[in-house]
Design a protein around this ligand. Structure first.
Ligand code: ADP
Ligand code: MG
Length: 333
């Protein structure tokens, strides 16, 4: 059973009882009404050996990334992050100095994104490091954007470029394997600066939320890309009861990602579709915004929303059409 089916399965019997619970499970963050305000709340878990490997992850970067992972979900609701709590479980192999490094990364992120660290919990661990981050944000009710609002003909847009974080982790893993098989060979990471930075120190796209606000564009749906374009577009389609059609050649991929992917014998588009941790924003806007959105720097229109019956399709470079899968795709034509 995959992660998403497991969540659905475990939480199926839960209904919302309180009027203040506006949105429960199923979006980037939950929504709670308190008086006139809407609070959004999101929580993430990062586990050593699953989400990060301390062999090549500087702890300062890890602290920064934990905050980014948390607040990215708040931006994905078109809300503004205000507070975070961080809980850590650490084994005795981690020194106080290392934890100071970790917290220095958290501090840089708190300053950069203007969020307050307001609490957390600390425990020892016998299996490795674990980090839990909870982020709280605020938004006027009429500005919140859910995964569920995409309508037929809406344009599918993505910020920045995709697949770099995945290319970065593959390079790091390659060098780790080489190093561990022969400790005399020093890892050679030159020429991969961009993909490594995207993996080790990703950014939350506050700038895109600012830009959309400035230009008066309210997306009809939005999600942050933490699991890969395919999977996250699936969430928008599922929640909006819609289909989609994207164009492979329009998916923005950085040159360095293409180079690294080719070296690793991976199709660059696979990095974008199935790789995760880009923390870019995937959103839809009404077709009437076509001109203005196309002219905006750092945003690419990659396709449009279709009716549910049309399925989830990607038009390939040769004009063929393939069915998108939550992970990868199947040839249909
Ligand atoms: P994201 O990738 O944006 O962090 P997830 O895929 O982790 O979102 O989670 C999807 C939805 O499922 C969210 O609403 C989240 O709160 C909920 N969820 C995830 N795990 C659990 C769990 N163990 N119990 C209850 N809800 C969960
Ligand atoms: Mg998310």
């Amino acid at each position: 059973m995959g992660e998403f089916r497991l969540i659905d399965h475990l939480t199926a019997g839960f209904t919302l009882k309180n009027k203040s619970s506006v949105k429960g499970i199923g979006d980037d963050a939950a929504v709670i009404r308190i008086g006139k305000n809407m609070f959004v709340l999101s929580t993430d878990l990062l586990v050593e050996g699953i989400h990060f490997n301390l062999i090549y992850t500087p702890l300062k970067h890890l602290g920064y990334k934990a905050v980014v992972a948390g607040i990215s979900d708040i931006y994905a609701m078109n809300a503004r992050p205000m507070q975070i709590t961080i809980s850590v479980a650490v084994s005795n192999k981690i020194s106080v100095e290392s934890l100071e490094e970790f917290y220095s990364g958290i501090k840089v992120a708190c300053e950069r994104f203007k969020v307050d660290l307001i609490g957390g919990d600390t425990s020892s661990s016998i299996t490795g490091m674990m980090i839990s981050i909870t982020a709280v944000g605020i938004s006027p009710a009429d500005k919140l954007v859910y995964r569920s609002g995409a309508g037929v003909n809406d344009l599918i847009c993505v910020s920045g470029n995709l697949g770099a974080a995945y290319a970065g982790i593959q390079i790091l893993e390659r060098e780790r394997r080489i190093f561990q098989s022969d400790k005399m060979i020093q890892p050679d990471l030159t020429g991969y600066d961009y993909v490594l930075e995207r993996q080790l120190k990703p950014e939350a796209r506050k700038d895109i939320i600012d830009l959309l606000e400035k230009t008066g564009i309210l997306p009809t749906s939005m999600i942050d890309i933490s699991d890969g374009l395919s999977s996250d577009l699936f969430h928008i389609c599922k929640q909006s009861q819609a289909g989609c059609r994207i164009y492979m050649d329009k998916i923005p991929i950085d040159e360095e990602t293409v180079k690294a992917a080719r070296e690793l014998n991976i199709e660059p588009v696979i990095c974008a579709l199935n790789g995760g941790e880009d923390y870019e924003l995937l959103f839809t806007v009404p077709l009437s915004k076509s001109e203005i959105i196309s002219s905006m720097k750092g945003i690419t229109v990659i396709g449009h929303i279709t009716g549910l019956d049309w399925g989830k399709k990607m038009v390939t470079s040769d004009g063929g059409e393939v069915e998108l899968k939550a992970q990868g795709w199947n040839e249909t034509v």
